[in-house]
Design a protein around this ligand. Structure first.
Ligand code: CP
Length: 301
């Protein structure tokens, strides 16, 4: 099954299941005791603000207890392996682990070797499923597609450091399943023809596609994964691929600008655009809590 007790990837995401999850997230009609007696562990081996806090709020709102583990201050800092840590936490009686790690495949590895529910909260450059659900919720709400979550006729540009981006890979799966047209845009070192396997277009010319899209999803340059190492300068990057005020003004009426955060202001997005009328950045953050409630309720339901 694409999604059962665990949510690991948006590859092969099922459109019907996606629409059900998005409808539940949008309605946000929970009693508040759905996860009574459950314990959810946040295992965050990489830094996070949005994902970690929103999973905590979501779990607590549905009645679960939450425990937080980060690399710093835990035995991971002493060299304990990912699996030893997961087995240790599982032995204490948790029902679900929300896992963020720098290694692609980390959440799937833990899923294979444990019995509890595993939710992938971002693994290396591979997948970030709940971010893609958050983004789909925001797009559906912005374009009034909440009755059927059918994104036919919408064109989405995913712009920037695509090769490093788990957000881009998960979004490709979700957006294609819901019927959107997707084009990946960035400098040749950050997009690759092989991204065509996701059924997306590929372009190195942002200005050529921008006037035609409903959504520009700007990606963070992943400096910590070497994403910016091939750039001459961040100023040149902004000039060619940044969402400047001038570019935002050339977008279609009603088009939106997204960013999963955290943002490098002045690099992939100008501060005036990040805080401007087209920006739905904080809507994405708000939607993150709603989506994570639906995911936890489904995985632990
Ligand atoms: N978008 C996202 O995953 O943000 P955090 O790293 O702050 O969780």
């Amino acid at each position: 099954m694409w999604m059962g007790k665990s949510l690991l990837s948006m590859d092969h995401a099922d459109a019907g299941a996606l629409r059900l999850l998005l409808s539940q997230a949008h309605a946000d009609a929970w009693r508040g005791d759905e996860l009574d007696g459950k314990v959810v562990a946040n295992l965050f081996f990489e830094d996070s603000t949005r994902t970690r806090v929103s999973f905590s709020i979501a779990a607590q709102t549905l009645g679960a207890k939450i425990v937080d583990l980060t690399s710093k201050g835990s035995s991971i800092a002493k060299g304990e392996t990912l699996l030893d840590t997961a087995w240790t936490i599982e032995a204490m009686g948790v029902d679900a682990m929300v896992v963020r790690a720098g290694q692609s495949g980390a959440a799937a590895l833990i899923d294979v070797h444990t019995k509890c529910s595993i939710v992938n909260a971002g693994d290396g450059t591979h997948q970030h499923p709940t971010q893609a659900l958050t983004d789909a919720l925001t797009i559906g709400r912005s374009f009034e597609r909440t009755d059927n979550w059918d994104f036919s006729g919408l064109k989405v540009a995913i712009v920037g450091d695509v090769v490093s981006s788990r957000v881009a890979r998960s979004n490709a799966g979700v957006l294609k399943a819901l019927g959107a047209e997707v084009v990946m845009v960035g400098p040749p070192s950050m997009v690759s023809g092989s991204l065509g396997v996701f059924g997306c277009g590929v372009s190195v010319d942002l200005d050529a596609v921008l006037g035609d899209v409903d959504v520009a999803m700007m990606l963070r340059i992943q400096f910590e994964r070497g994403g910016g190492s091939v750039l001459a300068s961040t100023r040149e990057y902004h000039a060619r691929y940044g969402m400047s005020v001038a570019r935002s003004e050339r977008m279609k009426s009603g088009a939106i600008v997204m960013h999963p955060g955290p943002m490098n202001r002045g690099v992939e997005i100008a501060p005036e655009v990040a805080d401007g009328e087209r920006s739905v950045v904080l809507e994405q953050v708000r939607g993150g809590v709603l989506v994570r409630k639906a995911v936890l309720a489904h995985c632990l339901g």
